[in-house]
Design a protein around this ligand. Structure first.
Ligand SMILES: [Zn+2]
Length: 271
């Protein structure tokens, strides 16, 4: 029998599907502009999980050149709020109408999932793999569609600092499955080649209006890796797709046995 639905699940069994995402992480506007300019120059849809207002990103969303999800900070001392409910309410006010979320530092809990789902989130993206093959979305019990990450920039430089060998990515790049990338504005803007370099410069980055002396790596770094990657994918005739579109297609096609949530805040906790 032919598959009923959009066909996204059978596509993922036979081909790679490329998606570019980013965690804003309170990046200075000049760093976000660097990432946005790369995406725009390559005509690639960029989905940014947002932490806070930013003139560059806010304008790009209004112009339709990037899209927003939430980047809630559920950690202690969070500027978003002191409980999952407060954090989600804060993001609802700051970035209304978002349907996707990726938590800062991937912090998650039953209460956080429930608050996000009730706030209209249909998909998250916070299972980070190291270039896993055959990634496909899964339905969480809350109804949220979980879309794993293929590769993050900081995971890449954690494993291969300074060297950043593109061959490690390219040999896994064109296998079937989801290929969601996460490049952070700060790492791209500073062209960070390693955690060591970033840690040595981070005090001069946040809150700055322009890159301070020494914060931008002058040799090959994360920005170069991103550019090489985009060129490689384009050279094979493949295109990037919108995160919101993939989330909506998966939400449509994945089996959904969950009725609407009518639970108390702590359902699922075992105490
Ligand atoms: Zn983060």
């Amino acid at each position: 029998m032919p598959e009923k639905g959009t066909g996204i699940l059978s596509r993922l069994e036979s081909e790679p599907v490329f998606v570019l995402t980013s965690d804003q992480d309170w990046a200075p506007a000049w760093a976000s502009k660097t990432l946005l300019d790369i995406a725009n120059d390559h005509e690639i849809p960029l989905h940014v999980f947002r932490t806070n207002a930013c003139p560059v990103l806010d304008v790009s969303v209004r112009l339709g050149s990037s899209t927003n999800g939430w980047h809630p900070n559920f950690g202690s001392g969070s500027s978003h709020g002191s409980s999952p409910r407060e954090v989600v309410q804060h993001l609802q006010m700051a970035f209304p109408s978002c349907r996707t979320s990726r938590s800062h530092r991937f912090i998650e809990s039953t209460e956080a999932w429930q608050q996000l789902r009730r706030a209209g989130i249909i998909a998250d993206s916070q299972f980070a793999t190291l270039m896993a093959k055959a990634i496909r979305p899964l339905r969480h019990w809350t109804g949220i569609v979980r879309i794993p990450i293929f590769l993050e920039d900081d995971v890449f430089f954690e494993y291969w600092p300074d060297e950043l060998p593109l061959a490690e990515i390219s040999r896994r790049l064109f296998s079937p499955g989801l290929k969601v990338f996460n490049f952070h504005p700060t790492f791209v803007g500073c062209n960070a080649p390693s955690r060591t370099f970033y840690d040595s410069t981070r005090e001069k980055i946040f809150g700055s209006l322009e890159p301070a002396k020494g914060v931008t790596w002058q040799r090959r770094g994360t920005r170069d890796v991103l550019l090489e990657l985009l060129d490689l994918i384009r050279s094979r005739g493949a295109a990037f797709e919108k995160f919101d579109d993939i989330a909506a297609l998966a939400d449509h096609d994945l089996d959904n046995p969950s009725p609407n949530l009518k639970t108390n805040d702590h359902m699922g906790d075992v105490r």
